[in-house]
Design a protein around this ligand. Structure first.
Ligand SMILES: Cc1ncc(COP(=O)(O)O)c(C=O)c1O
Length: 486
């Protein structure tokens, strides 16, 4: 009997064993060190595994996974992992993903259940953040970078077409005007990658200065566009931050949308992290402008707690994406379908069914559950901000915006310069990791090394803020004490 036939027959037992192992893993995480370094001998073993000549038994394989793989994750599943913008996986999303991979029905096209579910899911996501759903399309890609690349490809196509230029046939090498992309100095590195990948070039990426709250300055945006137009260039897209990864800053969407409308430029909102905050009454006003943008990136694999990978793109212009991407081989012609085939609007042809795991997180939480999670995380950042402000040995480097705070340890009784504080805070971050009690990587704000905390875990609470402040103060005191006076 073929091994896969045997496994199929034994699937329930193997599945039960796997799920027991995973249940134990998930429940055990809080008691585990947050950061775990893969031991040297495990690294060596994993990198030098011989290819088995005879296949392993499923039980041996499960033992291998339990012994060699499961104990060494990245920290992001743990609730005291405050780095980057990463969330843990919602348990029901994990299970829904097993259903998706078992069915193995890609989300690219054809007539199957998940594609119809996608129509509702897209509408749900749009409604949640206030993006107009009539005539719009939601695509689920690998992440925020891919979603923004998709949007900017469509924007490039539209701007070029309006100028009488078909990018798909002519490419970028026929002496046409320079395409110009605008974003703030605070925007995510993926925007620069998009400019490089799309052949725009970083020379044609305008990094618009920000105000004291790290938000794009509309006056500077307007000035840059006018100057480019005068030079005969072709402004094709603006990417606004909502919010910026480093500081949580939210660009003034309405003012930027006015400018985009005035000059007929595609406005994309990079809300990979922050657009979910439209659900928080504290932030709803600042996200109202979502109703006016052409497209939005927002990541289910961030605040929504969907397991990686999943980045959503919302677009008002499915027809433009189709014009930019559609290339259907004869053997695939779909005829008229009741729902659009995603693969007609994007680069990927075959890709995984990310709809079920995304549906699972949303269905389980509902609107109110997701709102509660977002509001709580934002509130915790506000609490940390307040604790930093009142602690003489801590300094705020960027105030709480969304669920992010940047701060540093700065002992009041020592006169340390920025270089010394940079290295002190770097060491604190390393010792936080080494303690196993939290994960708090450093970032930089206005040239200074910061401890950057981002709350995104479904289980984060006030005790975590307390714990984090005590941990940083304790470690900071110890390290500062060992630095000799200058
Ligand atoms: C604001 C923002 N945009 C884009 C991205 C890139 O998303 P991804 O890592 O899913 O490609 C991130 C990731 O942290 C982000 O925070």
């Amino acid at each position: 009997m073929h091994p896969f036939v045997k496994d199929r027959e034994d699937f329930d037992r193997l599945g039960t064993r796997t799920m027991e192992m995973l249940g134990e893993y998930l429940r055990g995480l809080p008691a585990q060190p947050v950061d775990r370094v893969v031991p040297e001998e495990v690294r060596r073993r994993l990198m030098s595994l011989p290819l088995p000549d005879l296949g392993m038994s499923p039980d041996e394989m499960l033992e291998f996974l339990q012994r060699e793989i499961l104990p060494w994750p990245v920290a992001i599943g743990h609730k005291r992992s405050y780095g980057w913008v990463n969330s843990p996986p919602a348990p029901m999303s994990i299970l829904a993903d097993v259903v998706a991979t078992t069915m193995n029905s890609g989300l690219d096209g054809y007539d199957h259940s998940a594609l119809f579910l996608m129509a509702s899911l897209g509408r749900w996501i749009m409604d949640l953040v206030g993006f107009p759903s009539g005539g719009s399309l939601c695509l689920l890609l690998t992440g925020g970078s891919a979603a923004t690349l998709n949007a900017l490809t469509a924007a490039r196509h539209r701007a070029a077409e309006r100028a009488g230029w078909n990018v798909r046939t002519e490419g970028l090498q026929s002496g046409r005007p320079r395409l110009i992309l605008y974003t703030s100095t605070e925007s995510h590195s993926s925007i620069q990658k998009c400019a490089e990948q799309l052949g725009i070039g970083t020379d044609n990426l305008r990094a618009i200065p920000v105000d004291a709250d790290f938000r794009m300055r509309p006056d500077a945006l307007r000035e840059a566009i006018e100057s480019d137009l005068q030079s005969g260039h072709l402004p094709f897209a603006i990417v606004a931050c909502g919010g910026a990864t480093n500081t949580g800053a939210i660009d003034p969407l309405d003012a930027v949308a006015d400018i985009a409308a005035e000059f007929g430029i595609w406005l994309h909102l990079d809300g990979a992290f922050g657009a979910w905050a439209a659900l928080d009454p504290e932030y709803a006003e600042r996200f109202k402008g979502i109703a006016r943008v052409d497209s939005v990136t927002l990541n289910p694999h961030k605040w929504l707690q969907v397991p990686v990978d999943c980045g959503a793109l919302l677009t008002r212009h499915p027809d433009v994406h189709r014009a930019a991407y559609s290339l259907t081989p004869d053997y695939l012609v779909a005829g008229e379908s009741e729902v659009p085939w995603p693969c007609e609007h994007m680069f990927d042809l075959t890709f995984g069914n990310r709809a079920l795991k995304t549906w699972a997180a949303l269905a389980r939480l509902g609107r109110s559950g997701l709102a509660e999670l977002v509001i709580r995380c934002n509130r915790l950042a506000g609490m940390l901000d307040a604790r930093v402000r009142t602690s003489p040995d801590l300094e705020l480097l960027s105030p709480a915006s969304l669920s992010v705070v940047n701060f540093r340890y700065r002992p009041a009784d020592r006169n340390l310069d920025d270089a010394a504080l940079d290295s002190l805070n770097q060491r604190i971050s390393q010792q936080v990791s080494a303690s196993g009690e939290a994960h708090l990587p450093v970032s930089r704000v206005q040239g200074r090394t910061s401890l950057r905390a981002c709350f995104l875990h479904y289980e984060n609470d006030e005790g975590d803020v307390d714990h984090l402040v005590r941990l940083v103060l304790g470690l900071g005191r110890g390290i500062a004490g060992s630095i000799s006076p200058a």
